[in-house]
Design a protein around this ligand. Sequence first.
Ligand code: NAD
Ligand code: UDP
Length: 343
Amino acid sequence: MKGNSQKTILVTGGAGYIGSHMCVELLQTGHQVVVLDDLSNSNPKSLQAVERITQKTLTFVEGDIRDTRILTNLFETHNFSAVLHFAGLKAVGESVEHPVQYYDVNVNGTLKLVDAMAAAACKTLVFSSSATVYGIPEQMPISECSPTAAINPYGRSKLMVEEVLRDLYASDPTWRISLLRYFNPVGAHASGEIGEDPHDVPNNLMPFISQVAVGRRDQLNVFGDDYGTPDGTGVRDYIHVVDLAKGHLKALQHLADTPKLAIHNLGTGNGYSVMDAINAFERASGRKIPYQVVERRAGDAATSYADPRKANQELGWQAEYDLERMCADAWRWQSNYPNGFRD
Ligand code: NAD
Ligand code: UDP
């Protein structure tokens, strides 16, 4: 039987880092939540923690977004008002080694999902895109009009999905599609009960720093200190994961007004260097972060930060939390659960 709530949201990849924070915000704003996740990069304990934080329950379906049978069954069982599509593979280096797998999960998986949505006449979709679609940007800050130029299979898979969704909207303008280009999501829920829990060695700066702080890793490698930035290290726009999740709620409201395809950057507009991040984490944790400077990482931009004005003007959204708060919340999670959800 179809669920009768008009506010049931399907969250693909909802057990993951960003998805689990999204589930908290959705449940706290009165939505019903169904999560579809194959747990390839997450642990179901994240969803138990979401239920503890919110004192509400959600429905979890373990499965692959490429599995048409599961998708059909889900859309027959529930009356989804929207889909928030987080499920995907996200490691740049791995995408270079396994491009076909990346295109299969990220692109083919999205095709299967929108097919099932169309069949069920559920045409509201928020897609997790990334600032990586801007490649090595020439001008700062990066606005939504900046040229796109992905430089690795992961980035290309995000751009391909964006193009697929634009074509879909052009063919049927009753769709409501939001492409959210995230800058660098970091931090954790203030409860310290959910946070980033990479299965492998972290590729990203903040989870690596946080694992050094807690003693799981000896030291951080700083990838280059000879960039044309104030201290020579790479500059990024770190955004608190809870601010990011709140941006999705605003995007859903924006889609509710009229059918559209909208593109928004989700960033703070502030750039911080690797050294800024190390220093802020040391203050938040009271721990020393040993580091050594090594070669630049191939394909890294010197600087990347958002022009967030479009999201501010059109969605009425603005990031609230600063770098200190991002580090404090990340540290609360990491120090509560030094081994993440395996504890
Ligand atoms: P994550 O790996 O923590 O979450 C992704 C979730 O999707 C995981 O729970 C994983 O098990 C699940 N998943 C993977 N393949 C699946 C499949 N075939 N079927 C069902 N579930 C599957 O990653 P995250 O950081 O939460 O990222 C969420 C989304 O945001 C991804 O699409 C990612 O590309 C995008 N994004 C992330 C960042 C970032 O820095 N974290 C930046 C920009 C964009
Ligand atoms: N970085 C680093 N050491 C690491 C991981 C990242 O010095 O172990 C640097 C990286 O070169 C970049 C910044 O930290 O300047 C952010 O990197 P991350 O991978 O988190 O984000 P992205 O480069 O994908 O925006």
